[in-house]
Each structure stands twice: as structure tokens, then as C-alpha cells.
Design a protein around this ligand. Structure first.
Ligand code: CMP
Length: 131
């Protein structure tokens, strides 16, 4: 996902360019907005965290871009491309270093395993929307 902060700050094009230039193929994509229920479900794993309410409010405050990306070693390579959760700790040239503003408003989300990538892809897309 390209999160609401990235969309608000005009970074859709810049982030997609970094993603495709790094060799990822976009196999599904949409411009959409999460409901509270959507965000609570997507981030259910974090529901006991103190920042859960803030996270849901942030992720629902404006449109996002969701996508499914394909590449060999995609999960690991995408996490390297986006950088650390906190942009202050993210390596130079990473998407979060370039485009994120804080640990909460960190511009992008990447799946943390192939299993979660499949679950998260199915959360956003119907089968006929995946190419
Ligand atoms: P993401 O990789 O999408 O996974 C969980 C999200 O929770 C994370 O990116 C941030 O947007 C948010 N998050 C993580 N840590 C914090 C924190 N300490 N305070 C607020 N939000 C956080």
C-alpha cells in the first residue's frame, strides 16, 4: 500500500517509479480508501498495540494505492527497497527515507512474508483484478 500520507504529499508517481525501476512487476493495482472496519481487519495483528487507534485513523483518513507486486524474492527485496519502519532509521535511497515523515506516517506498507502477501493481496483484490 501507498499510504494516505504518500498520496496527500503527491508521491504516488515517485514511489511507483522506484518500485518498477527496482524490477517489480505490478500485477494488481487500485486507488481506494479503507473504511475503519477494513483498517482494523488489515492491521488486526497490531490491535493490542498502543498506537492501534492512531494507525486506524491514519490509514482511513484519505485514499491509498494498493498493489500486488511480483518479483523473485519479492518480500525481502521490497522490504529492503522501502527501508526501516521509522524513516529516521531508513537507509539512504530507500522509499521511506525519501518519502516518509514519521514512524506512523511512513508512506508505504510491505508484506512481511509470502503467506501474509497472499492474505493481504486477497484482502484488496478479487481474482479477476489480478493479472
Ligand atoms: P506498517 O509496516 O504498515 O505496519 C504497521 C504500521 O503501524 C507501521 O507500518 C506504521 O504505520 C505504524 N506504526 C508502527 N510503529 C508505530 C508507532 N510506534 N507509533 C505509531 N504508529 C506506528
Amino acid at each position: 500500500m501507498l499510504k494516505p500520507d504518500a498520496v496527500e504529499n503527491g508521491h504516488i508517481g515517485g514511489i511507483l517509479d522506484k518500485i518498477t525501476s527496482a524490477g517489480f512487476k505490478i500485477v494488481a493495482m487500485k486507488y481506494t480508501q479503507l473504511s475503519k472496519r477494513d483498517a482494523q481487519a488489515f492491521y488486526a495483528i497490531h490491535k493490542e498495540r498502543p498506537f492501534f487507534g492512531e494507525l486506524v485513523d491514519f490509514m482511513t483518513r484519505g485514499p491509498i494505492v494498493s498493489a500486488i507486486l511480483e518479483k523473485d524474492n519479492a518480500v525481502e527485496d521490497f522490504r529492503a527497497l522501502i527501508g526501516a519502519t521509522n524513516p529516521a532509521d531508513a537507509a539512504e535511497g530507500t522509499i521511506r527515507k525519501l518519502f516518509a515523515t514519521s514512524i506512523a506516517e511512513n508512506a508505504v506498507h510491505g508484506s512481511d512474508s509470502d503467506e501474509n502477501a497472499a492474505i493481504e493481496g486477497a484482502f484488496h483484490f478479487a481474482g479477476r483484478e489480478i493479472f
